[in-house]
Ligand binder design. Structure first.
Ligand SMILES: Nc1ncnc2c1ncn2[C@@H]1O[C@H](COP(=O)(O)OP(=O)(O)O)[C@@H](O)[C@H]1O
Ligand SMILES: O=P(O)(O)OC[C@H]1O[C@](O)(COP(=O)(O)O)[C@@H](O)[C@@H]1O
Ligand SMILES: [Mg+2]
Length: 319
């Protein structure tokens, strides 16, 4: 292993820069040459590579987004697209690749390895929906951003005695909704992993109103329904008016928390160590407070699980 490359792919996540920094610096420390691939798999297919030096990753540990930029690519899902990417890597005499991204990016990374190019994954997505790891870089920052927003929304909900629906991201996973709902004291949390019942949401609002609490916060994961759909359901069932707040990209940006910087540094460094050891087709994961490195196949066999005990806890203490 003499030359390696690193790219970021899929939705940007706070801490991706800290991970790029760890990859670049750990590689240079081990006398490897490092290239950054711009625009994820799109740049990989086009050979958009830039040589990275120690200074290329200076002053980025605290920045959200990704200095390498990110992208989603339909073309890369095809064998032709993957072959194009491998040709670019071989032409540049690159021996190994680190992909920082989410579950979709790992599918792509697995395909590169299957076709003979050594690739290692580093989990970076606010959704925390990757199987094979308990934690994905960006999740902690996103959760903190969301609770800061909900705390502010709560002030207005309280003052005007309003019911506010906060729609959060997560694709098909409810992790962001569960963590932010529990830690902001939301009266109802709707996640795709648990059976939800709109009448139950109504009952919880009424229960609060009976004891004089006229405001309420409902956190809904985008994987359940949109905030607007939930508003309609509530209106039809109870004639109650609600305010919908869609937090959107607010959740993806911002300076990473200490936890995200730490995990990004650990995971980025580990990815380089794995390439040097001659590993390929594995991802860096975090299980039982330890770094692990399951193969993409092994990781894909499992399904990311949410902690339903936390869901029960939230239901019992936020009422
Ligand atoms: N099944 C697949 N095979 C090959 N590449 C894939 C596959 N699924 C996703 N990708 C690539 O990974 C990119 C990022 O995936 P996406 O699901 O959008 O984000 P994330 O990696 O953050 O989950 C996609 O745009 C595509 O180029
Ligand atoms: O970037 P887009 O296309 O708006 O996608 C929005 C999606 O990206 C996310 O923010 C992050 O998801 P990924 O990590 O899978 O890219 C999801 O929560 C959301 O559903
Ligand atoms: Mg994803």
């Amino acid at each position: 292993m003499k030359k390696i490359a690193v790219l970021t792919s899929g939705g940007d996540a706070p801490g991706m820069n800290a991970a790029i920094r760890a990859v670049v610096r750990r590689a240079i420390y081990n006398d490897l040459e490092v290239y950054g691939v711009r625009h994820g798999y799109v740049g990989l297919m086009e050979g958009d590579f830039i040589k990275m030096e120690l200074g290329s990753v200076g002053d980025i540990i605290h920045r959200g987004g990704t200095i390498l930029r990110s992208a989603r690519s339909e073309e890369f899902k095809t064998v032709e697209g993957q072959q194009k990417a491998i040709k670019q890597l071989k032409d540049a005499e690159i021996d190994g690749l680190v992909v920082i991204g989410g579950d979709g990016s790992f599918m792509g990374a697995g395909k590169l390895t299957e076709q003979g190019f050594p690739t290692i994954g580093v989990p970076g997505t606010i959704d925390n929906d990757i199987s094979g790891t308990d934690y994905s870089i960006g999740f902690d920052t996103a959760v903190n951003t969301v609770i800061e927003a909900i705390d502010k929304i709560r002030d207005t909900a309280y003052s005007h005695e309003r019911i506010c629906i906060v729609e959060v991201m997560g694709r098909n996973a409810g992790d962001i909704a569960l963590w932010t709902g529990l830690t902001s004291g939301a009266e109802s949390i709707l996640i795709p992993e648990a059976t939800y019942d709109f009448d139950d949401v109504m009952n919880r609002i009424r229960h609060g109103q009976e004891r004089g609490k006229m405001h309420s916060i409902i956190v809904v994961a985008e994987g359940v329904c949109s905030g607007e759909e939930l508003k309609k359901e509530i209106k039809e069932r109870s004639n109650l008016d609600t305010n919908v707040i869609v937090l959107g990209y607010l959740q993806r940006g911002g300076s990473p928390t200490a936890y995200d910087r730490m995990m990004a540094s650990r995971m980025g460094g580990k990815a380089v160590d794995l390439l040097i050891e001659g590993q390929k087709g594995v991802m860096v994961g975090w299980k039982n407070a330890q770094l692990v490195s399951p193969s993409f196949e092994e990781a894909a066999k499992g399904k990311h699980k949410i902690n339903l005990d936390d869901y029960d806890l939230a239901r019992s203490i936020s009422i």
